[in-house]
Design a protein around this ligand. Structure first.
Ligand code: GLV
Length: 321
């Protein structure tokens, strides 16, 4: 292994481009997502980097005494206990920016699919019902004239906002502190924004602060014309409250790319005609996923070659190698 930069663990599934590229410069150890007892301790001791998609089981921290860096595939890194990583001086990286456009495009598509029921209209054609039964029924909702509130106006949220402008909707956003120089209305309170707007688009990450913040109170504030779109994390939603709000007509519809306990989308949601569901595909194109894979690999190469990473997350310190 002397010609390799070092040893990197890939626990569980990841985009295949990551291990392929890593193998050119690293010794790559693949393993199941949760550690099993059969990994040679000498190998565990060599591992200084991890390339990760999804959950990093906390047991790995104790099994990898020389771990220095965890390179997460995805802008959201809720699969990693960053407090534990920080405590041990382990740097965590994510894949911001390279997916902004793709996720923003998906958010707009999901919004349109939800209000106009376009996937159901396509199914109508594919099932021969246009021929046998006539036109697809008119849909009750429209994007026209909507007032949209974006929850979380970071890099992706801004791309969503700028894509919404040509749709001639009103645009507001909720963040803790207002963003300077933007032509959108800032709301310091999520509830106050939900009361004003009729459409919420969430880009929130999965953190302790965002856990189930979309609850019965927020759906009730959004109201009977309300549409809720989520391309952030499913853990921000009280799914029982969402299902109850949809069932009772408290809100008019929802479009979801993310769920509380993926891949388990609640069965009740599948029954609602006013709901559009996607299997967490917001960034899922080959070009965007390739760019994310390359960023994972380049973060690891940067660390092993120069003790520097390209995109560290704010919670973990960058310790020079
Ligand atoms: C996808 O959900 C990501 O966090 O990149």
């Amino acid at each position: 292994m002397s010609e390799k930069l070092g040893t990197v663990l890939v626990p569980g599934r990841i985009n295949p481009r990551v291990p392929e590229q890593l193998a050119q410069v690293f010794e790559v150890v693949t393993a199941s997502q949760a550690p099993s007892a059969d990994i040679d301790p000498a190998v565990l001791a060599r591992i200084r980097g991890v390339a990760l998609s999804g959950k990093f089981a906390n047991e790995w921290f104790d099994l990898l005494p020389n771990l220095q860096v965890i390179a997460n595939f995805g802008v959201g890194y809720d699969g990693v206990d960053t407090a534990k990583a920080a405590e041990r001086g382990i740097v965590v990286t994510n894949t911001p920016d390279v997916l902004n456009d793709e996720v923003a495009d998906t958010a707009i598509a999901l919004l349109l699919n939800t209000v106009r029921r376009l996937p159901q209209a396509e199914t109508w054609l594919r099932e021969g019902r246009w021929k046998s039964e006539g036109p697809f029924p008119l849909v009750p909702l429209s994007l026209k004239g909507r007032h949209v509130g974006i929850v979380g106006l970071g890099r992706i949220g801004r791309e969503i906002a700028s894509r919404l402008e040509p749709f001639k909707v009103r645009i507001g956003y909720h963040t803790r502190t207002p963003r300077e120089g933007l032509p959108y209305t800032h709301y310091a309170s999520l509830k106050a924004m939900a009361e004003e707007v009729d459409t919420l688009i969430s880009v929130l990450p999965g953190t302790a602060e965002t856990h189930r913040i979309f609850n019965a109170e927020i759906f009730s504030a959004l109201g009977p014309e309300g549409v809720f779109i989520n391309v952030g994390r499913g853990t921000s939603v009280d799914e029982d409250a969402l299902i109850a709000a949809l069932r009772s007509g408290t809100i008019a519809g929802a479009g979801l790319d993310v769920f509380y306990d993926e891949p388990n989308a609640p069965a009740e949601l599948l029954e609602f005609p006013n709901v559009s569901l996607l299997p967490h595909v917001a960034s899922a194109s080959v070009p965007t996923r390739n760019a994310m894979a390359d960023l994972v690999v380049n973060n690891l190469i940067g660390w092993f070659r120069e003790g520097q990473v390209l995109t560290p997350v704010p919670e973990t310190p960058v310790r020079r190698g």
